[in-house]
Structures are given as structure tokens and as C-alpha cells.
Design a protein around this ligand. Structure first.
Ligand SMILES: Cc1ncc(COP(=O)(O)O)c(C=O)c1O
Length: 414
């Protein structure tokens, strides 16, 4: 019998969540999850940051807290503190009143609202994302009203680093007002960021060609352990007087994944459009989800605005980023010791949560089928899935798999 819903086509699965489910259902004792982008301790457990726990207890005991609606654009205390964290406490654009932030539903929600604002209010219709990029950029921007999705070169497979000339050429060819999505630090999935000199060249082209930069800041502090270092690119653009939007996620750096804490920062040349811009954003949010949730934003605001808690949190981000660095060194060291074919410098050179290993789809499949090691088809691994207990197992599995495929290639008479 046909119903109104008959004929709906099955959408493709979202790789990262599908793999997560297969992993959970896998009964194997030594299974390793290197897929989903979430921090894990050396014991392989999720980590509630102690400062977050502390503030949650304070809030729970505070009778002045309630569950009233927040304003449409969220908690001012949160978005002001988040904006200052991104642009710097002494940022001239903040002092001049040319920057403001609004609370959003984590980084994804920030991107979605930004996309709708850019497409419906500024009438921009083309966006560019890096190849490769976080797989959701395309979907979010298309759903946000953009008509033209285009790619720019980013990764050089051979050198396992940025193809800057390719990137700049693609940007030079972009039409005026094209929105260029840039990862402000810890590029996902490659873990490879432009150097300060390369950022200057990127800013030059963006300025010359009158393109619109949109920074996606999902890993500030988490990448290097240093908030200022990870905000280098965003602050460079602000200093150069370039107008832009930056989205911010507090999922990784605060471990607040399911609380959906995000912010959208707008940097304008002139303060006179600020009220109008906010009024349009209010309508976009009102028509989408009406207003954001309180809990996570309240935690982040409390921590960022209290010097003692802020120092405690900065200690936590150093703990997370240095554990990741240790895992990079550990994996690199083991692969070299095992004599694994290929070069592995990129494992220690890349930054942030992910490593783009260079393993191909067949090798990834082999690792899953034979060793119960789960990673994305692209060869991206979440470094946090590694720990002292599974490093040897993973390095051995990589080594055996790579050697096996190399032998198969050598045996091939075709
Ligand atoms: C590059 C990038 N942008 C944005 C996000 C959005 O994350 P969330 O919506 O959980 O804040 C992620 C999450 O993995 C990401 O890697």
C-alpha cells in the first residue's frame, strides 16, 4: 500500500556515525576506535574537564539559576567572553566596537546561521571549501541557501603537506564575494595548517580578489595548547582590516560535545551596520530554533570570566594537547622501529586531533576486518583513540598491513 511517505529515497549513511555504531557492536577484545572526533584519556575514556565539573556543581547549588528562555542571540556574558577569547583580550576591533558575537548551537549551528545570513542577507551564492575538508561544510552551506559549492586545492598527496600555489590559484579564480571557508587551526582532516607567511599570502589574495573569509574555529587551544597561537590567522585578518565571520565551537576545547556551545563572531569595518546585522540574525535564529540552550554557555562564560578558573582550564587544554602530541611521537617511533615502509614524519608534523595517515581505502578496510581498528575511509585517524595500552597493537597492525599490500603490489604481474 502506498502512503504519503512511499518513495522516500534512503539517504547515504554518515560515515563517522555509522562507523561508531559498528565499533560499539563489535565484540572483539582489542578493538580500537580511531574514528569520531572526541577526546579520550590514556585509559580510553571520555574526560569531563575538572573545571567543568566544578562549575556544574556551583551552578547546581546556585538558587539564582533558573530555566527561563535565553534571549534569541543567547547569553551576552558568554558571547562577549568567547569573542574576546578568539580575537584577543586587547583586540583593537573589539575596543573600536567593530566586533560582536552571538551564541549558537555549537560549531555546526554557528556555520548554519552564518551560511543563511551570508546567502539570504548579503546575497552571496558561492562558497569554497578545501579539498579535503570536514565533510559537513558542504551540506551545511548548501542547506543554508548557497547555490554554488566549489572546492579549492589544499592537500598535496605526494608531499603530504599544503599545496599553497594550488590553493592560491583556485582563490584567484574565485568570483568576487565568494565565501572561502578556512579552518583557523588544526585543519580537519589533514592536521596541516598554513604557516604565518602562508596565511599572509592567503590574506593578500582574499583582499585583492574581494573574497569573503569565513573562519571555522573548532579547535582553539586544543590544537597547540595555546589559545593565542591557535588564533593567529583570525587575528591576522582582523589586524589587516578584513571583514569576516568566524564560527567557534566549544565542543573539543571544553569537552562539551553534547551541550552544543558555540559562538559566531562578526568583524565589520563600520559600526553603523551592527544593529541592522543583529536584527537580521535575530530573525534567522527566531525562525530556526528561537533561542539557544543555557547550561553549556553558562559554564563556558563562568570559566572564561574568572581568572582562576580560566587558568585551570588552560591547564586542561595543555593536558589534552600534550597527550595527543605524545601519541604522535609514540606512533611515529614505533612505525620507524618496525621498519614500516614509507615516510612517517607527517604523523609528528601534523597538529590537532587528527592525523591524515596516508593509508588508502583498501588498507583501512583490511585494518577493520582483520584487526578491528576503525578509521575513516580517507585514512584519517583520531589521535585521541590511541593510548599506551593500544599503541603497540595499532603500530603493528599498520606495519603488517602496509607490508602486506606492498608485497601484493610487488607480486602483481599486471
Ligand atoms: C572543522 C570542524 N568544524 C566544525 C565542527 C563542528 O563541531 P560541533 O558542531 O560539534 O561544534 C567540527 C567538529 O568535528 C569540525 O571538525
Amino acid at each position: 500500500m502506498n502512503t504519503r511517505f512511499t518513495g522516500i529515497k534512503l539517504g547515504p549513511p554518515i560515515e563517522v556515525f555509522a562507523l561508531q555504531k559498528t565499533f560499539v557492536d563489535d565484540p572483539h577484545d582489542n578493538k580500537v576506535n580511531l574514528t569520531i572526533g572526541a577526546y579520550r584519556t590514556n585509559e580510553g575514556k571520555p574526560w569531563v574537564l575538572p573545571v567543568v565539573r566544578k562549575v556544574e556543581k556551583l551552578l547546581a547549588a546556585d538558587d539564582l539559576q533558573n530555566h527561563e528562555y535565553l534571549p534569541v542571540l543567547g547569553l551576552d556574558a558568554f558571547s562577549e567572553a568567547a569573542t574576546s577569547m578568539l580575537l584577543g583580550p586587547n583586540s583593537p576591533v573589539i575596543a573600536q566596537g567593530r566586533a560582536f558575537g552571538i551564541q549558537s548551537l555549537s560549531g555546526t549551528g554557528a556555520l548554519r546561521v552564518a551560511a543563511e545570513f551570508l546567502s539570504r542577507i548579503l546575497h552571496y551564492d558561492t562558497f569554497y571549501y578545501s579539498i579535503p575538508s570536514w565533510e559537513n561544510h558542504r551540506l551545511v552551506f548548501t542547506n543554508g541557501g548557497f547555490k554554488q559549492a566549489r572546492e579549492y586545492t589544499y592537500w598535496d598527496e605526494k608531499t603530504r603537506s599544503i599545496n599553497l600555489e594550488g590553493m592560491l590559484n583556485d582563490l584567484r579564480d574565485a568570483p568576487e564575494n565568494a565565501v572561502i571557508i578556512l579552518h583557523s587551526c588544526a585543519h580537519n582532516p589533514t592536521g596541516c595548517d598554513p604557516t604565518p607567511e602562508q596565511w599572509t599570502k592567503i590574506a593578500d589574495v582574499i583582499q585583492e580578489k574581494r573574497l569573503f573569509p569565513l573562519f571555522d574555529s573548532a579547535y582553539q587551544g586544543f590544537a597547540s595548547g595555546d589559545l593565542d597561537k591557535d588564533a593567529y590567522a583570525v587575528r591576522l585578518f582582523a589586524e589587516r582590516g578584513i571583514e569576516f565571520i568566524s564560527t567557534q565551537s566549544f565542543a573539543k576545547n571544553f569537552g562539551l560535545y553534547n551541550e552544543r556551545v558555540g559562538n559566531i563572531v562578526f568583524v565589520l569595518t563600520d559600526t553603523k551596520e551592527l544593529v541592522e546585522a543583529k536584527s537580521q540574525l535575530t530573525l534567522i535564529v527566531r525562525g530556526m530554533y528561537s533561542n539557544p540552550p543555557n547550561h553549556g554557555a553558562r559554564i563556558v562564560a563562568t570559566v572564561l570570566r574568572n581568572p582562576e578558573l580560566f587558568e585551570e582550564w588552560k591547564d586542561h587544554i595543555r593536558t589534552m594537547s600534550s597527550r595527543i602530541k605524545q601519541m604522535r611521537v609514540g606512533l611515529h617511533h614505533r612505525l620507524l622501529k618496525l621498519g614500516t615502509p614509507g615516510t612517517w614524519e607527517h604523523i609528528i608534523q601534523q597538529i590537532g586531533m587528527f592525523s591524515y595517515t596516508g593509508l588508502n581505502e583498501k588498507q583501512v578496510q583490511h585494518l577493520r576486518d582483520n584487526y578491528h581498528i576503525y578509521m575513516l575511509r580517507s585514512g584519517r585517524i583520531n589521535m585521541c583513540g590511541l593510548n599506551e595500552s593500544n599503541l603497540d597493537y595499532v603500530a603493528n597492525a599498520f606495519n603488517e598491513t602496509i607490508k602486506l599490500f606492498q608485497e601484493e603490489q610487488n607480486d602483481c604481474t599486471c
